[in-house]
Every structure is written in structure tokens, then in C-alpha cells.
Design a binder for this molecule. Structure first.
Ligand code: ADP
Length: 319
């Protein structure tokens, strides 16, 4: 293989740039040419494709977002859209594609592979919702952003003796909520994977209040309910003064953490190794600090789960 392409697709995540850099540098190291596809699958269909050099990825390892831009593209879900993409890749003489993104992006990559066009997926999403890898690129940075924000909220929560309901991202996964809840000592963590007894949440709040706690933090994963609705229920059940914070897209931005940069560099480079070995239709990941690869369909058929030991621990520490 002499020419490969790289694109970022779906929700952006801090560390995607470090992954692009790794793909480009590792491929050039092996004597290949690399082409950047801008705006995800939409750019692929439109032929928004440019050759990348060593210098194209200089000074981006520390930047959030993605220099290749990202997009969502409904047309690519159709046979015609996929064929248009393949036609563009063939026109440019590109023989394989590395797709950095989440599960939706991987489905697109699998479709191309099934049509005879080799693709490798690199998991880039803050949600950490992809089975087959312990961590996805961007999760650690988003977690640190949330922790930083909650530390600030704590100061004002204590001063005014308030209960804060904080909504965090994660789509259908509770990882960001669980990890940030543990990192921030939240009283309650509401995640989609576990049924939370509302009465238990209220009891814990009252217990804390009775023993003189000056503030309480409840973290709600966006996949369960909105912080506004949850706070309404808390207000109805208690006379505690309650406030809501929705952290929103701040969680997606910012300079990637050192962990995310290292992870992105390892996964991006490994994807190039695999494509050179002739592998296709798989995603790279990290399990127990070892680089691994799995068939995309096999991974997408698995159900994402949270770490139950961590969930139990969060309950034990917030008695
Ligand atoms: P993420 O990759 O972050 O999960 P999306 O689910 O929005 O984000 O998917 C990103 C893009 O991947 C979509 O806009 C679409 O172009 C492509 N995609 C998603 N699902 C499929 C599918 N089943 N077949 C082909 N392409 C898909």
C-alpha cells in the first residue's frame, strides 16, 4: 500500500489532532503518501481531499478539535453515498482509509470495507462508549474539564449551602458521569446503565444535610434525563435550595491531556501498522495498556457497560 487517507467524523474530541499527526507521520515514516479528507464522510463524497506532508501536522498535537474538521453526513448512510466516496478515493489513487471517530463513523468504515475498500477505525469520542477499548481518545480530557468545572461549582455551592444538579455528556454511556462523580466526590451519580432509586438519592441528600454538609453535588448523565427535570424532582421532594448546571460543549473542547495525546499517538500509529499488514474492517484499541484490534461489527454488536466496581465504590464513598 502506497497511498492512504485519513478523516475525522462524528462528534469531535480532544486528541483527534494528535491521532491525525500520528497517522501522517507514521505513514510517511514507512514511505507512504497520506491524504487528508476534510469534513468527514461529507468531504469524502465531495472530494475535499488534500495531500498531507510532515509539516501539515506540525504544531497540532496540543490543539483541541480536529484540523480536518468533522461533519455528520446522512447521504453516506446510503449505498449511493458510499459509492461516491469510493469513487473519490479511487480517483485520488488512495488505497486504504483510517477513520477517527465514534461508533457511527465505524459503521461507515465497515460499509466501505465490505465494498472492498480497506478501512481501519480509531476510537475518538469523549463518551468512552466503544467496546473493545478501555479508553477512547478525548475521554480523559473531557473528564478533567468536568472535574475542573465541578471544583469551581463546589466553591459557590458551599458558600450558599446549595444542592447542585450537574448534567454531563456521554450520550447513552455513563462513563463521564461515573468517573467525574468519583473524582469530585458527588453524593449521587445517575447513569443510564444503572437504575437509580430516586428515594435513595433524596435520603442521601437529607442524611448529608442533617450531618451538616454545606453542599451536595448530583451528577446526571445526559443519557438518563436533563438536569433541569431532575432538579425539579429534587425540589419537589425536599426543601433544599437547588441549582442546575449544564456543562454542554465545554466538555468537547480544550487542549488534550497528556494521556489523550499519548493514547492518540499510539492508536493512530498502530492503525497505520495494521493497514500495512493488510488488515481491514477493524478498529484499534487499548486494553490493559496493550494495543489491540477487533472486528468493527463484533465490537458494535457488544453492549457498552460501566465498571460496576467503580459504581459500587462511588456509593460506598458517598454514604
Ligand atoms: P460518531 O462517529 O461520533 O458516533 P455519528 O453517529 O453521527 O457520530 O456518525 C458519524 C457519521 O458516520 C454519520 O454522519 C454518517 O455519515 C456515518 N455513519 C453513521 N452510521 C452509518 C451507517 N450505518 N452506515 C454508513 N455510514 C454511517
Amino acid at each position: 500500500m502506497k497511498k492512504i487517507g485519513v478523516l475525522t467524523s462524528g462528534g469531535d474530541a480532544p486528541g483527534m489532532n494528535a491521532a491525525i499527526r500520528a497517522v501522517v507521520r507514521k505513514a510517511i515514516y514507512h514511505g507512504m503518501e497520506v491524504y487528508g479528507v476534510k469534513h468527514g464522510y461529507q468531504g469524502l463524497i465531495d472530494g475535499s481531499i488534500e495531500k498531507m506532508e510532515l509539516g501539515s501536522v506540525g504544531d497540532i498535537i496540543q490543539r483541541g478539535g480536529t484540523v480536518l474538521y468533522s461533519a455528520r453526513c446522512e447521504e453516506f448512510k446510503t449505498e449511493e453515498g458510499q459509492q461516491k466516496g469510493i469513487d473519490q478515493l479511487r480517483k485520488h489513487g488512495i488505497e486504504g482509509l483510517i477513520v477517527i471517530g465514534g461508533d457511527g463513523s465505524f459503521r461507515g468504515a465497515k460499509k466501505l470495507t465490505e465494498k472492498g475498500y480497506p478501512c481501519i477505525g480509531v476510537p475518538g469520542t469523549i463518551d468512552n462508549d466503544i467496546p473493545g477499548t478501555d479508553y477512547t481518545i478525548g475521554f480523559d480530557t473531557a473528564l478533567n474539564t468536568i472535574t475542573d468545572a465541578i471544583d469551581k461549582i463546589r466553591d459557590t455551592a458551599t458558600s450558599h449551602e446549595r444542592t447542585y444538579v450537574i448534567e454531563v455528556m456521554g450520550r447513552d454511556a455513563g462513563d463521564l458521569a461515573l468517573w467525574s462523580g468519583l473524582a469530585d466526590g458527588a453524593e449521587s451519580i445517575i447513569v443510564p446503565e444503572m437504575a437509580e432509586e430516586f428515594d435513595e438519592v433524596i435520603e442521601r441528600l437529607k442524611r448529608g444535610h442533617d450531618r451538616g454538609k454545606k453542599h451536595s453535588i448530583i451528577i446526571v448523565a445526559e443519557g438518563v434525563t436533563s438536569a433541569v427535570d431532575f432538579s425539579k424532582r429534587v425540589k419537589e421532594a425536599t426543601d433544599l435550595e437547588t441549582r442546575v448546571t449544564v456543562l454542554g460543549h465545554t466538555q468537547r473542547g480544550g487542549s488534550p491531556s497528556a494521556s489523550d495525546r499519548v493514547l492518540a499517538s499510539r492508536l493512530g500509529a498502530y492503525a497505520v501498522d495494521l493497514i500495512l499488514e493488510g488488515k481491514a474492517g477493524c478498529m484499534v484499541g487499548i486494553e490493559k495498556n496493550k494495543l489491540v484490534d477487533h472486528d468493527i461489527i463484533e465490537v458494535l454488536n457488544r453492549k457498552h457497560s460501566i465498571d460496576l466496581d467503580m459504581y459500587r465504590l462511588s456509593k460506598e464513598l458517598s454514604i
